[in-house]
Design a binder for this molecule. Structure first.
Ligand SMILES: *[C@@H]1O[C@H](CO)[C@@H](O)[C@H](O)[C@H]1NC(C)=O
Ligand SMILES: *[C@@H]1O[C@H](CO)[C@@H](O)[C@H](O)[C@H]1NC(C)=O
Length: 321
């Protein structure tokens, strides 16, 4: 009997140690988003003489009562995008004017670019696309945060009834946003989110022509996402996701992930809060100049995925305040 008891003690000690190790590891790898700098709560534009850059305050986070009648807000996270942004904006703005007249806004979140993306976008928006000053809002992050950090920041300062975040590379066809809106509207009065999906394209040229290693990493990530509990969604990573105002307020104040896997955290939060997710097939084409560093980013994504999932299970990440 004595031996059994001793063994029992060892077993309990081993389990406790293991739990402590897992718990501390997750804490170490977990993300603690920094508070925004004062300048990040403002957007930049050009004064009425078209000379000096001036700043105005963004709407306060979490304000549901914003009165501007903006239909759609478009948030574009950018890091070094002087090469690709114009083509994307061309496509987006022509659709926006056609569909919403001038009841839209574009928020470009410059995630600490080193190539003058913010100034380039400002010039393009005002002089080339002739957007009004408040309609194009450029927010400069003082220090690079990663795509998740940039999107999370931008989307909490929108004025629109709906907000979408879209990649600056123009890989998706912007007019597909209407499909997303339509699918959300069928959700009635609840908070809702619609995500673009490229799952119908897995057998297409765009995907088949990718390198073996790229497809291998993509499938590995899908498998991990599946194991970690997101089963019903085929494409979690598409950079084209639309939110209703109330969905924004339920999801984004609780985001932690600064990197690429933030898309999965959005979905985890939506599922936890029983927000319906509509997955909508969109057109999409591969664009050169991807910022994903396959080897490094795949490893980071895998770590972030495991950390995010376990952090919610262990209560290290909370989805309430
Ligand atoms: C961003 O642009 C700067 C200046 O052109 C360059 O030095 C840097 O390497 C770029 N970073 C990436 C990740 O492309
Ligand atoms: C979206 O959010 C608003 C504001 O919370 C709400 O009034 C509306 O019914 C929601 N649903 C849809 C589908 O727009």
């Amino acid at each position: 009997m004595v031996e059994v008891t001793t063994l029992g003690y060892y077993a309990v000690a081993a389990i406790v140690t293991l739990v402590i190790i897992i718990y501390s590891t997750i804490i170490i790898f977990s993300h603690k988003p920094r508070a925004p700098h004062v300048s990040e709560l403002q957007y930049i534009t050009i004064d009425s003489k078209g000379e000096d850059i001036v700043k105005y305050d963004l709407p306060i986070r979490g304000d549901l009562e914003i009165k501007d009648d903006i239909e759609l807000s478009v948030v574009i996270p950018c890091y070094n995008e002087t090469k690709r942004l114009k083509i994307m904006l061309e496509d987006a703005i022509s659709h926006l004017y056609k569909t919403y007249d001038d009841k839209f806004e574009i928020i470009i979140v410059d995630d600490g670019s080193k190539d003058g993306t913010a100034e380039y976008a400002l010039d393009l928006g005002l002089n080339y696309f002739k957007l009004q000053k408040g309609q194009l809002r450029i927010v400069k992050l003082v220090k690079n945060r990663g795509k998740g950090g940039a999107v999370t920041h931008g989307i909490q300062h929108v004025r629109g009834k709906y907000a979408i975040f879209a990649d600056a590379d123009g890989a998706s066809k912007f007019s597909d946003v209407e499909q997303l809106i339509k699918s959300i509207q069928s959700a009635g009065d609840s908070p809702a989110l619609a995500i673009g999906s490229r799952a119908h394209m897995v057998d297409s040229d765009a995907v088949v022509k990718r390198s073996f290693i790229r497809n291998f990493l993509m499938y590995s990530l899908h498998t991990l996402v599946f194991i970690f509990g997101i089963r019903d969604i085929k494409d979690t990573q598409c950079g084209f996701k639309l939110f209703n105002r109330s969905a924004i307020l339920k999801i984004f104040p609780y985001m932690h992930t600064e990197g690429w896997i933030f898309d999965v955290e959005i979905l985890i939060l939506a599922i936890r809060k029983q927000i319906p997710i509509k997955e909508v097939p969109i057109s999409w084409h591969e664009v050169d100049g991807s910022k994903v560093d396959l080897a490094r980013d795949s490893i980071n994504m895998a770590i972030d995925l495991v950390v995010t999932r376990l952090a919610y299970i262990l209560g290290i990440y909370k989805d309430y305040k």
